[in-house]
Design a protein around this ligand. Structure first.
Ligand SMILES: Cc1cc2nc3c(=O)[nH]c(=O)nc-3n(C[C@H](O)[C@H](O)[C@H](O)COP(=O)(O)OP(=O)(O)OC[C@H]3O[C@@H](n4cnc5c(N)ncnc54)[C@H](O)[C@@H]3O)c2cc1C
Length: 389
């Protein structure tokens, strides 16, 4: 740390990243890897906590995207996850394949179009073909199904820990149980926390559902809506058909295209042996101030039961395990990857809108480039915060 500018006892970091979820951990790793070893990652809770958006055993990764700029980012995301696995010597991605189904005129249409444009391996099946190939499906005749060969599972908790380990290995430092209570901008920024004060030349805010709390005092009111999501694990009649590693497995990750009626996604058995994960896309309002006092929503569970009854076969009628998680939505569900409009040494990564995990290595790269003043490897237009002001 440099002590030159602020006296003998005051250390100045190059960069402090606030929030050690998947996005903050990936950003910190990318910054340290570029040689900025005077970097610090601060986390308000204990590492591995379950109050934010990044905990849990699994997340879906897939090439199938109905929005073009994310579809275009996915090949790089796959490549970077592989590099992270190699650098750390751990497996994070499990290729299961995926089925994405819905009405032909739903978002499925754009997914197919992007597969074709990007020349990615996929198949389009009629409902009848899908039902006969996958015993767990019971799709109505007016649906179609896209098979995404690249889709699979990311071991979520393991991925976050791996990014944090690589950050430390590259010279970074993590302090957890340390809540940033206020940010005082300037060429040298002061961060007040419930432990001690820190000084830094730049900060990255990747604070998930708590982002607004930190930004409003800095004069920036972004339309970020924290939501609570339910996660359910269900028993199945034939676990061998739905278990990662089983030679007879046929269930991959799956999702119904978002529509007005019930809409869910699912993953084969991974973190809870014998149980598959099936969850609603819909979520409910939530106040991050009460993050330790939350429960699953009976209404959402009823919706998932209805989805299972309508579209699946061989799944039990009530879940064996229930968990909660949070997401932070922007009105257009596009991410925010940008600088504070007035304080350019404050970088913001927020509003990952329930689909950010798979893209964390790309997000970390982009936020590191923004922080270090490097040319951007991506078109950042869709992620500018001015679109929301
Ligand atoms: C149920 C569920 C399923 C999902 N499924 C998928 C999926 O299949 N595929 C996919 O790609 N994405 C998925 N997502 C979305 C993905 O998990 C999120 O986009 C991602 O985890 C967001 O990470 P984050 O780092 O922005 O937020 P978080 O994980 O919430 O991290 C923010 C961190 O900042 C810390 N923090 C906040 N304020 C302060 C402060 N003042 N001082 C210090 N620390 C602070 C918090 O404690 C927290 O640890 C899913 C999300 C949920 C909830």
């Amino acid at each position: 740390m440099s002590t030159a500018d602020c006296g003998v006892n005051c250390e100045i970091y190059d960069v402090i990243v606030v929030g050690a979820g998947v996005q903050g951990s990936s950003t910190a790793f990318n910054i340290a890897r570029k040689g900025h070893t005077r970097s610090l990652l601060l986390e308000q809770f204990q590492l591995g906590h379950t109050h934010g958006s990044s905990h849990g055993g699994s997340r879906i990764i897939r090439s199938s995207y109905d929005v073009q700029h994310y579809a275009e980012m996915m090949p790089e995301a796959f490549k970077l996850w592989k590099e992270i696995e190699q650098e750390a010597g751990v497996q994070l991605y499990y290729n299961t394949g995926g089925t994405f189904f819905g009405h032909p005129d739903s978002a499925i249409k754009s997914i197919i179009c992007h597969f074709q444009q990007l020349d990615l391996p996929h198949e389009v099946l009629s409902a009848k073909e899908a039902n006969s190939r996958y015993k767990f499906l019971n799709l109505p005749n007016n649906f179609i199904c896209v098979v995404d060969k690249s889709a699979g599972i990311l071991a979520a908790d393991r991925a976050v820990k791996t990014l944090q380990s690589l950050f430390i290995k590259n010279g970074g430092k993590i302090v957890d149980n340390c809540k940033v209570t206020s940010i005082h901008p300037g060429d040298v920024i002061t961060l007040k926390t419930d432990k001690e004060d820190f000084k830094t030349r730049k900060i990255v805010l990747t604070a998930g559902p708590w982002t607004s709390k930190l930004l409003v005092p800095l004069g920036l009111k972004l339309p970020l809506t924290p939501k609570l999501c339910d996660v359910y694990y269900w028993q199945v009649d034939h676990p061998e058909l739905c278990t990662i590693g089983s030679s007879s497995r046929e269930m991959g990750v799956f999702s119904q295209s978002l529509e007005k009626n019930i809409s869910c996604y699912g993953l084969p058995s991974f973190e809870h042996p014998g149980l598959v994960k099936i969850c609603p896309h819909r979520n409910i309002d939530f106040d991050p101030a009460n993050c330790e006092d939350r429960d699953t929503c009976p209404e959402l569970m009823e919706e998932v039961k209805q989805f299972i009854e309508t579209y699946l076969q061989g799944v039990s009628s009530s879940p064996s395990v229930k968990e909660c998680c949070t997401v932070t939505l922007t009105p257009d569900e596009d991410f925010i990857l940008d600088r504070h409009p007035k304080h350019h040494n404050i970088i913001i990564g927020a509003g990952f809108s329930g689909h950010g995990f798979k893209l964390a290595p790309v997000v970390g790269r982009i936020l590191a480039e923004l922080t270090l003043g490097l040319p951007s490897s991506h078109n950042l237009q869709p992620f500018k915060l001015t679109r929301l002001l």
